[in-house]
Ligand binder design. Structure first.
Ligand SMILES: [Zn+2]
Length: 366
């Protein structure tokens, strides 16, 4: 099986021609839709890249299949890898050169439409780590995200799942506000169980503040004052706040995934995931969480699952999705009653456990 992981690298804006990159994106989109596009003023070697799509479909994490007429298709680029022992792999005239000897990435001709124009960015540690793990970076893409130029790198690795030991790592994804619970099971015993939660108060505070400021900004806009000093300052503040909020969530998700994957690897466990995003959505609706915050929670829940499965695949950790009920008795199948403090009890057989722990008992059943 081929496993893939991807990373986004911000490119120096002052050394990239954003309009040129935008134009390349439009041309790539046309090429993808089957049109022959040849533009006289763009280098042939760059234009050949547009047609790399055929080797790329299904292989990239970013916008795998461009939507029809959607002009924001990132440009697929071939790469040349120069290793520290001097050996090389890939295309000699590739626009992206990963130079492990000098620890830089060189971008040729794709940042500006000038012959021999090339820029260098430092080699991210991420790349070095993936290559050490046996990965290879055959693909890259360049494109704009919120108007800023980025390079996306995709590492590939051929890997088969390992033979699991007698450990099971269960990951139960709840509504975001109730967190993600995990447990380690060995030979039918729960040896560790832990519900994980981000610092919700901090997230809520940032969110509420951004909503309040947005409202204020809306008021200024209605008065036609959004271009004044005050309006501009406010807009900057809102953007900064949102960036902080997203960074916080992203960080939390990344760290949690990293920890869980390490845990699975350490015990050579099989991973069982209950991904109840739909149920979570209903739960969040019932709890009357503001829609913006609900969307934010769900986005990061999805990102968590995506990141988790990508990394499990990358390291060859066997995993499966299984529905693990939290309101049905794992002993006798009776409907459980919820007591205050999210404690579940069975009126039939006396089973009792915290709600987030019930799925773990289900996971032990064959
Ligand atoms: Zn029961």
């Amino acid at each position: 099986m081929i496993a893939r992981r991807a990373i986004l690298i911000e490119l120096p804006k002052d050394r990239c021609d954003v309009d040129y990159i935008r134009r390349l994106m439009v041309l790539t989109n046309l090429a993808y839709q089957g049109y022959e596009v040849w533009v006289p003023d763009i280098l042939k070697s760059i234009q050949y890249q547009f047609y790399n799509f055929k080797n790329y479909t299904k292989s990239l994490a970013f916008g795998t299949t461009p939507k029809r007429w959607f002009a924001r298709t990132w440009i697929p680029l071939t790469t040349l890898r120069i290793f520290s022992d001097g050996s090389m792999k890939g295309n000699g005239v590739a626009p992206v050169v990963l130079d492990f000897k000098c620890n830089v990435i060189r971008l040729r001709q794709v940042c500006r439409n000038e012959p021999r124009y090339s820029i260098e960015v430092p080699m991210p540690r991420w790349v070095i780590e993936r290559v050490k793990e046996g990965g290879d970076i055959k693909f890259a893409r360049i494109g704009l995200k919120d108007g800023e130029p980025y390079l996306a790198l995709v590492a590939e690795r051929v890997v088969g799942p390992y033979q699991p030991s007698n450990y099971i790592l269960v990951i139960d994804v709840n509504a975001w506000n109730h967190g993600i619970a995990w447990s380690l099971i060995k030979d039918g015993f729960i040896i560790k169980w832990k519900p994980e939660r981000p610092n919700l108060r901090e997230v809520d505070n940032l969110y509420n503040l951004s909503v309040r400021l947005s409202r204020e900004y809306g008021r200024l806009k209605r008065l036609g004052l959004e271009k004044t000093e005050e309006g501009k300052r406010l807009w900057k503040k809102i953007k900064k706040l949102r960036r902080r909020l997203y960074a916080k969530m992203r960080n939390y998700v990344q760290k949690l995934v990293h920890r869980l994957v390490r845990k699975a690897l350490r015990h050579r466990a099989i991973v069982v995931i209950d991904d109840m995003i739909e149920e979570s959505r209903r739960e969040l609706l019932e709890e009357k969480i503001p829609s913006g915050l609900r969307k934010l929670y769900l986005t990061y829940l999805r990102r968590f699952i995506k990141l988790l499965t990508t990394q499990l695949q990358w390291y060859g950790v066997p995993y499966e999705f299984r529905r693990l009920p939290s309101a049905v008795c794992p002993v006798c199948g009776y409907e459980l009653t919820q007591l205050p403090g999210r404690i579940m009890v069975c009126d039939n057989c006396g089973f009792k456990a915290p709600r987030d722990k019930v799925p773990m008992y289900w996971a032990m059943k064959p």
